[in-house]
Design a protein around this ligand. Structure first.
Ligand SMILES: C[S@@+](CC[C@H](N)C(=O)[O-])C[C@H]1O[C@@H](n2cnc3c(N)ncnc32)[C@H](O)[C@@H]1O
Length: 400
């Protein structure tokens, strides 16, 4: 996910966005009141993103792409999805079966992967999409109309994970970062959960906005973070704020149970744990995206802005092992795309104009200051013998 402007200049809301955000905010405030004045940040994030009819992903904003709030790799360039397709072709050659994409956004990756696999001669039996956002699911259906019938007919939408384990490939681009996270602050070497409350606690009379939502520290330690912090190479300083995502384990367990033979490719911005919880990363990784601007205040624009956090890939790897899967590869996005042949795809351009455009898109996907380094790819497999070409250039598994 990328956004391009300084945090300070946020565009104003349209009247419709204003109304929507007020309704979402009122709904969450009621929840805070009924919870006794304090809600964990994970609950806040769950509601702000997924509350039926009100949450960011449940309602109808444009969200993804240049006219939306943020741009993802498949939206930056089809080169990304064409590389993913090459990796899928290798796996499908061994497993046969299908592709299941989790959280397919606008459907752009699905279209390009299917077109590329048709060219490569490795079409999956079907291309299933599991999408929690009704609005994005509608956009995906519209997008599939651009496919010829032989490809379009392979696309199906699921409302839950398949009950029978599948053979083939599962894809999830920028899904893990959309799972709700807990937030904590370190005090006296111990992590205390940060939740959401109201500015007015009854003790301060001169607040600018007593009803404003603010961070509030829980009195008890966040047990889920305590053991993890103890294992870190360096202690974290007082005042250190960060996030953790306890939803990773159940998510990977349920998704992993559906994988009988093949690979799950997870793409996201994130780090191995020792880097994620580096003592100098004092403000965590929580970010909000609104109309191509990134900022760090989740308590404004509720319901009309995205809220995300970086992924602790060590946690993902551990969860995969606990789910009985194998971590078959971990690399930067740049290394994965190079291993999957992005240079050859750029070189195939038919004319100089296309060549210049593709070279520019490839730079955005590959350069360390763009998406190349901060975005990672993890391959999680079951019963797969085929080596994965996307990880031939780089093996970062020892950093996990
Ligand atoms: C940041 S968007 C990425 C969309 C798309 N993959 C792309 O790269 O453009 C996150 C996507 O994950 C979906 N999502 C969120 N939680 C999910 C879950 N538990 N299972 C499946 N999809 C989920 C959202 O609805 C959305 O489509």
């Amino acid at each position: 996910m990328t956004a391009s402007a300084p945090h300070s200049i946020l565009p104003s809301l349209t009247p419709d966005e204003e109304r929507h955000s007020e309704a979402a905010s009122a709904f969450i405030r009621d929840r805070i009141v009924s919870a006794g004045g304090w809600l964990s940040f994970a609950e806040f994030m769950e509601l702000a993103l997924y509350a039926p009819g009100l949450g960011y992903y449940s309602a109808g904003a444009v969200k993804i792409g240049s006219g939306g709030d943020f741009v993802t790799a498949p939206e930056v360039s089809d080169l990304f999805s064409r590389c993913v397709a090459r990796q899928c072709a290798d796996v499908l050659a061994e497993t046969g079966g299908e592709i299941l994409e989790l959280g397919a956004g606008t459907g752009r990756m699905a279209v390009t992967v299917l077109q590329s696999l048709a060219e490569l001669g490795f079409l999956p039996d079907r291309y299933a999409i599991l999408e929690v956002s009704a609005d994005l699911s509608d956009r995906q259906r519209t997008r599939m109309e651009q496919l010829p019938p032989g490809l379009r007919d392979r696309v199906v939408w699921l409302d839950r994970l398949p009950e029978t384990p599948i053979r083939g490939v599962m894809l999830a681009n920028e899904v893990l970062d959309a799972l709700p996270v807990q937030r904590f602050v370190v005090q006296g070497g111990r992590p205390y959960e940060l939740g959401v409350g109201f500015a007015d606690t009854g003790s301060s009379a001169d607040l600018a906005d007593p009803a404003a939502l603010v961070w509030r520290e829980a009195p008890d330690e966040l047990a889920a973070a305590t053991a993890m912090l103890r294992e870190l190479p360096e202690p974290l300083p007082d005042g250190y704020v960060s996030e953790l995502c306890p939803r990773v384990e159940p998510w990977l367990l349920s998704v992993g149970q559906c994988l009988g033979h093949g690979a799950l490719l997870l793409f996201d911005y994130g780090l191995p744990r020792a880097h994620y919880y580096h003592p100098q990363r004092t403000d965590g990784t929580l970010r909000c995206y609104f109309k191509q601007r990134a900022h760090d205040d989740p308590f404004i624009n509720i319901g009309v802005q995205d809220i995300t956090a970086w992924v602790d890939f060590t946690r993902v790897g551990e969860a995969a092992l606990a789910a009985g899967l194998e971590v078959a590869g971990f690399a930067t996005q740049a290394a994965f795309l190079l291993g999957s042949g992005i240079e050859a795809l750029v070189a195939e351009a038919a004319d100089t104009v296309t060549s210049a455009r593709l070279a520019g898109e490839a730079r955005r996907l590959l350069l360390p200051g763009e998406m190349g380094e901060s975005f990672k790819v993890m391959a999680v497999c079951r019963n797969l013998e085929q080596p994965l070409r996307g990880f031939a250039y780089q093996d970062l598994r020892t950093s996990l």
